[in-house]
Every structure is written in structure tokens, then in C-alpha cells.
Design a protein around this ligand. Structure first.
Ligand SMILES: [Zn+2]
Length: 200
């Protein structure tokens, strides 16, 4: 039984549509955009026909950068950097879902992820850490070798659902100006409006 960590952004939305996990889980860990992520993920799962669950754990006091409206942490590659975020999210999802029989947790990282915890080597290490423990849960990142435009194409993600996706880092609604919103617009434009261009 597979689960997908879902933020409601293009990458996790495309994976949900493509791989149809048994459950998609969105975590409110105290990030400013949590409300938007939950609304988008819930609407996408309803539209695609998947089960959606949420976890709420307020870790905002431990966050840094634009996702909690504070200065970026030391070593940040981008304003939205939150130290140890992906291992935290995987762990929280595993804590809820392992007792319910989940055997694999999928994460929607893509090849352009600049953070160390978004790369294939990190997910191999997390897979090893979880598989050593009770439940033997596996961790995978099925799109870690694909760009977002390539993933949208591979998953045949329908344009009709683009309006439900949400990528903002700094508001509960799409601000249109942050790194997440700008990437969202660029990728949608590339895939759905520039059909004559070759995208890799
Ligand atoms: Zn934004």
C-alpha cells in the first residue's frame, strides 16, 4: 500500500494523477502556506478519486526562511529552505501511516530541486533508515530524475486540473510573486502554452 506526500503543487499533483497511491497525505507543520496546500490537495484528490488525509503538527517555532516569514537559515540554497524538512515530513507520514499498513512513502521531488534533502542520494538514505525499522517502510522519489515539465507530460496531467494546484511558499493563496508561484507559472506555460518548444 503506497502513500504520497502531497503539497498540492505541480509535482505531487502530477505524481498523484500518474501513480494513484492508496492515500495522499498533506502535513500542516506550521508553514504559512499550509491552508492553501491542504485545500489544493483535498480538491485534487477529490477530482482524481484518491483518499486524502492530513497531519497537523505545529513546528513553526523550529522553521526558518520564507515559509515562516523569518530570515533564511545558515546554508540556505533558497529562501524557502527549512532545515531537515523532508526527513521530518517523511517521518511524520510514516508515524501515522505505518501502523495502518502503508509499505511505501513517495515524495514528489524533481531533478531541479536545489536542496540536499530533495536529491536521489538523500532519498536512498531515508529509504535505508526507514527500512531498518519496524514496518520496513520504503521511501521513494519516483520523479527525482525528471524536471517538472517532463513529469507533467509523463503523467499526462490534465490542464483542467491545473487551476486546483498550489505552489506558493509565502501565503495561503497564490501570491504570484514568490519562487514557488513563479516556477508554477513558468512550468504551466512551458507545458500547456508553448507546444512547439522541446522541453527536457
Ligand atoms: Zn507565491
Amino acid at each position: 500500500m503506497k502513500a504520497l506526500l502531497m503539497s498540492g503543487g505541480l509535482d505531487s499533483a502530477a505524481l498523484a494523477h500518474w501513480l494513484r497511491p492508496e492515500v495522499c497525505v498533506t502535513i500542516d507543520y506550521g508553514q504559512i502556506a499550509a491552508k492553501g496546500e491542504i485545500a489544493a490537495s483535498s480538491a485534487l484528490c477529490t477530482a482524481i478519486g484518491l483518499e486524502h488525509r492530513r497531519i497537523t503538527v505545529d513546528l513553526s517555532s523550529l522553521g526558518s526562511g520564507s515559509m515562516v516569514d523569518r530570515p533564511a537559515a545558515l546554508g540556505a540554497a533558497a529562501m524557502e529552505f527549512w532545515p531537515y524538512r523532508n526527513q521530518m515530513l517523511v517521518t511524520l507520514a510514516a508515524m501515522m501511516l505505518m501502523p495502518q499498513g502503508i509499505t511505501e512513502i513517495m515524495v514528489g521531488s524533481v531533478s531541479t530541486d536545489r536542496h540536499a534533502d530533495g536529491k536521489a542520494t538523500f532519498f536512498r538514505a531515508m529509504d535505508r533508515v526507514l527500512s531498518l525499522q519496524e514496518g520496513g517502510v520504503r521511501v521513494t522519489a519516483p520523479a527525482c530524475n525528471l524536471s517538472t515539465p517532463s513529469l507533467l507530460r509523463k503523467s499526462a496531467f490534465p490542464y483542467d486540473l491545473i487551476g486546483l494546484t498550489f505552489s506558493c511558499h509565502v501565503h495561503e493563496f497564490a501570491c504570484g510573486q514568490c519562487g514557488g508561484c513563479l516556477k508554477h507559472r513558468e512550468c504551466v506555460d512551458t507545458v500547456y502554452h508553448r507546444t512547439n518548444e522541446q522541453v527536457t
